[in-house]
Design a protein around this ligand. Structure first.
Ligand code: CMX
Length: 133
């Protein structure tokens, strides 16, 4: 598998409206747009920084994985996403190495990207997303 770059850092917030003030007003990074990903029960907002992005994640339901995370750990860094050249083959390789996958097959995330998550118990405590655009 080939990791191309850090695609984005996912940050869990209670409210994008409130949370984005730091990124836009203080750091001066314009918001590229918001999108609700119904399947993931989150609304996302992207803030491009050079070749990577910061992604704010606001839960849209109490049983959203992001709501569960905030309830347990509070707002903050939720996941790191790496861009790969071929997600399906990366997942096959990781599976063959015994890495616990949350998503065995790619699914569609924000911006139409193919995404898949690796379980934090298999990565040293970090929720890792792989994405292909
Ligand atoms: N980072 C690090 N550890 C995490 C974590 C995270 N984001 N989320 C959960 N964990 C840890 C928990 O702390 C817990 O550890 P302990 O057992 O040591 O306490 C363990 O993982 C299990 O967590 P849980 O609270 O019981 O939650 P679940 O097992 O029900 O779900 C997870 C955890 C990672 C499988 C689930 O959140 C998931 O499937 N995530 C992937 C999907 C996702 O996060 N979508 C939102 C983003 C969508 C997008 O970017 O588009």
């Amino acid at each position: 598998m080939k990791i191309l770059k850090i695609d984005h850092l996912g940050i869990a917030v209670n409210s994008i409206e409130t949370g984005k003030n730091f990124w836009t007003d203080v750091l001066g990074i314009p918001c590229e747009g918001e999108e609700t990903v119904t399947e993931q029960k989150v609304t996302t907002a992207f803030f491009p920084v050079s070749e990577s992005e910061v992604e704010l994640l606001e839960p849209t339901a109490e049983d959203s994985p992001v709501a569960k995370y905030i309830n347990k750990k509070g707002e903050g860094i939720h996941h790191v996403a790496f861009r790969v050249d071929d997600l399906a083959s990366a997942l096959a390789e990781l599976k063959s190495k015994g890495i616990r996958l949350i998503d065995e097959v790619p699914r569609i995330g924000a911006g139409g990207a193919k995404i898949a998550f690796l379980h934090p118990k298999a990565t040293g405590g970090v929720l890792v997303e792989l994405c292909e655009r």
